[in-house]
Design a protein around this ligand. Sequence first.
Ligand code: HEM
Length: 133
Amino acid sequence: MANGEGGFIGSDLSSYTAPRSADDLRSAIADPDKALDPRRRIVLVTTRKGQTLTGVTRNEDNFSLQIQTLDGTFHLFTKSELRRIDYQPRSLMPADYGTRLSRQEMDDLVSYLMSIVRTNMVRTNNNKPAGKE
Ligand code: HEM
């Protein structure tokens, strides 16, 4: 998702790059499994009735688990309904953009993402009351 357009399974990238360099952004796109936050791993659940679902965890406590699947649907389970919860050590984000995109395409993508962040920062600063940083 960037500037209100796109998907909702990953992070909103409209302000993602703010404190980061172009290299950090390139690496987050080309190598999503590097330094992956464990809360963002792929989760595979199997219910006692035999249904299997793949997605990302949105909420979890000792008794329940809520996941979001790629079609955007939220699924809430009590843990007693589940036979298995398997976390995979990788991101749902495709890991092949580093090879699928040419160097030029990757540069364009990174500049685009950096430019929307700059635009959003200007907009935010302009909305602040006069005299405040
Ligand atoms: C060219 C297209 C894409 C770009 C530029 C992009 C960029 C990014 C970036 C910069 C992050 C790191 C965000 C953070 O650390 O908070 C991220 C995370 C993520 N992206 Fe993408 N993404 C793209 C396509 C996709 C697609 C197609 C999917 C899903 C099938 C996806 C799913 C995710 C998920 C689940 C995360 C969070 C987990 C993680 O940090 O790896 N992305 N994406």
